[in-house]
Design a protein around this ligand. Structure first.
Ligand code: SPV
Ligand code: MG
Length: 291
């Protein structure tokens, strides 16, 4: 039990918007923390990409949990764990919530897709959703399992992603709130914010909403705040995309330039990596303890 879920709850209750950055490693989590984000998104998409795999339930719970634990050991920020479908039915969800809470997560997001899931943003993805009652059982199981009352259970509503329309999305959001979800994540792959904005205006529930505006980047924090009901924004894959861009540029330049002479000026110094690794402390400990 780490009790950090209440930090997110407090900030949201004080009419704040919490900004959560995706990470796929302790290093990327540390950089998000240093940048000033409120929490870390232990993204399934990012971790899948890190392994060079599609985000279609190929990464096991153990792989994702181990990375989440490694991040929790390196950063102080609360971690919102993307546990996909909960790795099976409500029984699997019970096991997953026990494991993730013990490993240091402050929140879990569980999506209403069937296992194995297909990544949400892909064009014409095969999106199969669970029956509402079945997913309610999974949310109830998650809520009953958590030990810390501050731990957040977020129900992810994929009705818009599955092309089922706003009425179905609203119906599902209400059912998930009734099952005890602390928040509802409404996801959309529309290229503009209008689909989500329309949902938010029509949503009559009491729980705060979460969005992942990857597909509709004009949804700025200013625009989110103006809507009122969204209290958490997750930047879902910007760590891995930034890393890929940087690596591509540098790798190409080294071959083109015939050496590392030009990139040396544009990449971070070895000293900066030492700092992120905590090398200063190692040096101090060497002085103190090695005899
Ligand atoms: C993730 O980052 O793993 C997500 C967000 O679930 S998305 O890829 O948009 O589905
Ligand atoms: Mg995911």
């Amino acid at each position: 039990m780490n009790g950090k879920g209440h930090l997110l709850r407090d900030k949201m209750a004080n009419s704040g918007l919490v900004q959560i950055m995706a990470a796929h490693s302790p290093l990327s989590a540390l950089l998000a923390q240093e940048a000033g984000f409120d929490g870390i998104w232990a993204s399934g998409f990012e971790l899948s990409a890190l392994y060079g795999l599609a985000d279609v339930s190929l990464i096991s719970m153990t792989q994702h949990l181990d990375m989440m634990r490694a991040m929790a050991e390196r950063v102080d920020l609360p971690i919102v764990a993307d546990i996909d479908t909960g790795f099976g039915n409500a029984i699997n969800v019970i096991h997953a919530v026990q494991q993730y809470e013990r490993a240091g997560a402050s929140a879990v997001v569980i999506e209403d897709k069937s296992f194995p899931k297909v990544t949400s943003l892909v064009t014409d993805g095969r999106q199969e959703l669970l029956r509402i009652e079945e997913f309610q059982g999974k949310i109830e199981a998650a809520c009953q399992t958590r030990k810390d009352a501050g731990f957040l259970v977020v129900a992810r509503d994929e009705a818009l992603i599955a092309g089922l329309g706003e009425q179905e999305a609203l119906k599902r959001a209400a059912a998930y709130e009734e099952a005890g979800a602390d928040m509802v994540l409404i996801h959309s792959k529309r290229k503009t914010p209008d689909e989500v904005e329309s949902f938010v205006r029509a949503f009559k529930g009491r729980v705060p909403l979460v969005i992942v505006p990857t597909a509709y980047p004009e949804m700025t924090t200013e625009r989110i705040r103006a809507l009122g009901k969204i209290k958490m924004v997750i930047y879902g894959n910007h760590a891995i995309r930034a890393a890929v861009m940087a690596m591509k540029d540098v790798f190409a330049a080294i071959l083109k330039d015939g050496g590392i002479q030009n990139v040396d000026r544009v990449i971070v110094s070895v000293e900066e990596i030492f700092r992120l690794q905590g090398m200063d402390k190692v040096r101090a400990d060497e002085k103190r303890y090695l005899r």
